[in-house]
Design a protein around this ligand. Structure first.
Ligand code: WTA
Length: 649
């Protein structure tokens, strides 16, 4: 990774905003000065663009650091801000969502229609006993009901926990249990690569797996049309409940710090963290960044973020940011290549998409299949392109700009995390001179530093640890049920400065370059995975004695999961190496989800360890990336690496 970034920093192409773009830009350069002059006043002004049932008088309370409170004496309703207020402002006829299903079906919702649906759904949930503070698990495909569910939960002041549809029933179970969810909203199935993938089935398995479950009801959206089993009394069809529900629902105000959602993400241990976000600050920063970073003109833009609602990008830049801003957006259910490799470009042409927000891994896969695919479509409506999830290499950046953006479309590379809730580093397209490969500068009102282990600023052009040095409105408020882990993970290192887990470097122009994770978190196709979590899935298999997982550099997916496994003596003859490797890859997919399935599983006799028994993943990474193995002097048994490399070569 470091070598790649070193090369990348020699990138010398620069793209200043054009005169035409500047003329119509939502924000100008003065915004940086305004934010710098009084950071808290700046955020308070941004917060006041929302509708507050009860205005706040306090902006930030950092007394109990690292537990922050923003706008905490104010009260608002998040769903009202995303829906009712646009209708009341006379924009009820504006399209909020253009939905495109993978099989080719489509439907759209105006703001008035979406508001009506959310009101009904809120009544359905209230009828099932959901009140402020209750947790609702959401396990849905990328269909409008996912957004409707999130907003209905928010409308009631309850807390959603969206679980990506690609996670297994095991992962679902542990997330439902950790948050003690009372209700699960799912679908019979959804479409993916031309087939229906079952979801309700996984919910049944998750709820059957343990003993007592907190879940009282399962609401099931009909989407896939696949057969489902039914538990009377517990399971309810969404459409029947919606048809019977009252369409009137008054949005009640909730305190700004009322929990809005929990989103589980991988950390450095085997157990995913339930990252907690609250209402007023989160909505303030997601809506501000969505407007400023994408130069949103809600009357004319057609915005499309390709992320699934199961990830933070889908929360902040499909549901909350765009809808708070009254934007018109496209939502697509399926995969980019189904039923044909030009599906995305066809959608852009069909709806006249003007702003596209996606991940480098998608761009790289399009580069691989060739420019003739997008070039067969009219993409001239595009005027801003966004990137998120991992560093975008200059080659992909230029391809994105030239082939998708017609050679004149600004690209904003946005750095942020599940924990930050909203974009933290990015260019502003009407202000910043773009530099391919850099995440560029802090968003106005955000304070970033690059420090060494001792907490000293490393200065310009040196690698260090990326830190957010002042609290920000959409920051993580805690780890669900585990305040100690929250403090330990993010704050123990630098006190009241937030440690992000990423390496970074700041260049002479003040632009930031991301150097990848410095902990045991991997980034595969922009998805966060934990080495420890996959290791613990592997050792849960009866064949496995020990396992070590590394994220190896991969051209297509950024990183790939590579596992080194020691098989138990007693199982040595139970399967051939190929069989064992297939079996274990499937086992991980079953335990965590297909996204965590290792690309490669190497069976080894021993793992390289230090004298104190710590696995030296660095050496395994060398092997997995096909490099000469580095310094082995701290190994307890220096012959181990030779045995591993001999066996593999
Ligand atoms: C990485 C996704 C470089 C980073 C929004 C971070 C990035 C992790 C970028 C968070 C970017 C995200 N450039 N690296 N533009 N965006 N990352 O929580 O390592 O799924 O810590 O949030 O992705 O992943 P998460």
């Amino acid at each position: 990774m470091v070598t790649r970034i070193d090369n990348l920093m020699h990138e010398s192409r620069r793209f200043p905003p054009t005169v035409e773009f500047i003329a119509d830009s939502v924000v100008g350069p003065e915004i940086y000065a305004a934010a710098a002059a009084d950071r808290l006043a700046f955020w308070a002004d941004q917060a006041r663009t929302l509708h507050w049932h009860k205005p706040f008088t306090r902006t930030l309370d950092w007394e109990d650091a690292p537990f922050a409170k923003w706008f905490d004496d104010g009260a608002l309703n998040v769903a009202y801000n995303c829906l009712d207020r646009h209708v009341l402002a006379g924009n009820g006829d504006r399209v909020a969502l253009y939905f495109e299903g993978e099989p080719g079906d489509s439907r759209s919702y105006t703001y008035a229609e979406l508001t009506a649906e959310v009101k009904r759904a809120a009544n359905v949930m209230a009828g099932l006993g959901i009140v402020q503070g209750d947790r609702v698990a959401v396990y849905l495909p990328m269909i409008p009901e996912a957004v409707i569910t999130m907003l209905a939960v928010a409308r009631l002041g309850a807390v959603h926990s969206v679980i990506f549809g690609g996670f297994s029933s095991e992962s679902l179970r542990s997330r439902i249990d950790d948050a003690s969810a009372k209700l699960v909203v799912t679908a019979d199935g959804g479409y993916r690569k031309g087939k229906v993938f079952p979801l309700k089935h996984a919910v049944d398995a998750a709820l059957a797996a343990g003993t007592e479950s907190s879940v009282e009801h399962v609401l099931v959206v009909k989407r896939g049309g696949n057969e489902v089993e039914w538990q009377h009394g517990r399971d309810l069809w969404w459409d029947e409940e919606m048809a019977a529900a009252d369409v009137e629902h008054e949005a009640m105000p909730f305190p700004a710090e009322n929990p809005l959602f929990i989103l589980y993400t991988s950390g450095t241990t085997g157990k995913p963290k339930g990252v907690l976000h609250t209402s007023g600050g989160y909505l303030t920063q997601t809506s501000f960044t969505h407007r400023a970073v994408f130069d949103l003109h809600p009357e004319t833009d057609i915005y499309w973020c390709t992320a699934d609602v199961g990830w933070i990008t889908g929360h902040s830049y499909v549901t909350y940011g765009p809808l708070a801003n009254g934007a018109t957006q496209v939502m697509y259910e399926g995969t980019p290549d189904s039923p044909h490799p030009g599906r995305w470009w066809e959608i852009i042409q069909k709806y006249g998409v003007t702003i596209l927000y996606t991940a480098p891994t998608a761009i790289r896969s399009f580069m691989k299949i060739g420019r003739h695919i997008p070039q067969a479509f009219d993409l001239s409506s595009l005027r801003v392109l966004g990137s998120v999830g991992e560093p975008i290499n200059p080659e992909a950046w230029i391809w994105y700009r030239d082939i998708i953006g017609g050679g004149n479309t600004p690209i904003v590379d946005t750095w942020w995390q599940t924990e930050t809730g909203a974009i933290m580093l990015s260019a502003l397209p009407g202000v910043t001179t773009l530099k391919p490969g850099a995440a560029q500068v802090p968003i106005p009102g955000i304070a970033i530093e690059v420090l060494d282990e001792a907490g000293t600023d490393v200065g310009l052009n040196s690698g260090g640890l990326l830190v957010v040095s002042e609290p920000w409105p959409s920051m993580i408020r805690g780890i669900w049920g585990d305040p100690e882990r929250f403090v330990e993970t993010y704050w123990e290192k630098f006190g009241t400065k937030y440690f992000a887990g990423d390496g970074a470097r700041r260049d002479h122009d003040g632009d930031y370059w991301l150097l990848g994770r410095v902990d045991d978190v991997m980034n595969v196709s922009g998805h966060r995975l934990s080495t420890a979590e996959i290791e613990s899935a592997l050792v849960s298999h009866p064949m496995v004695a020990e396992a070590a997982v590394v994220g190896a550099e991969d051209e297509a997916t950024g990183q790939a999961v590579v596992a080194f496994v020691v098989i138990k003596e007693s199982q040595a003859h139970a399967a051939t190496a190929d069989e064992a490797s297939t079996l274990l890859r499937a086992h991980v997919a079953e335990q965590i989800g297909a996204i965590a399935r290792p690309k490669l599983v190497f069976l080894v006799a021993e793992l390289p360890k230090t004298r104190s028994g710590k696995i030296m993943r660095r050496l395994l990474k060398d092997v997995a990336e096909g490099r000469e193995v580095g310094d082995t002097t701290t190994l307890a048994d220096t012959s181990v690496m030779r045995i591993i490399t001999d066996k593999l070569s």
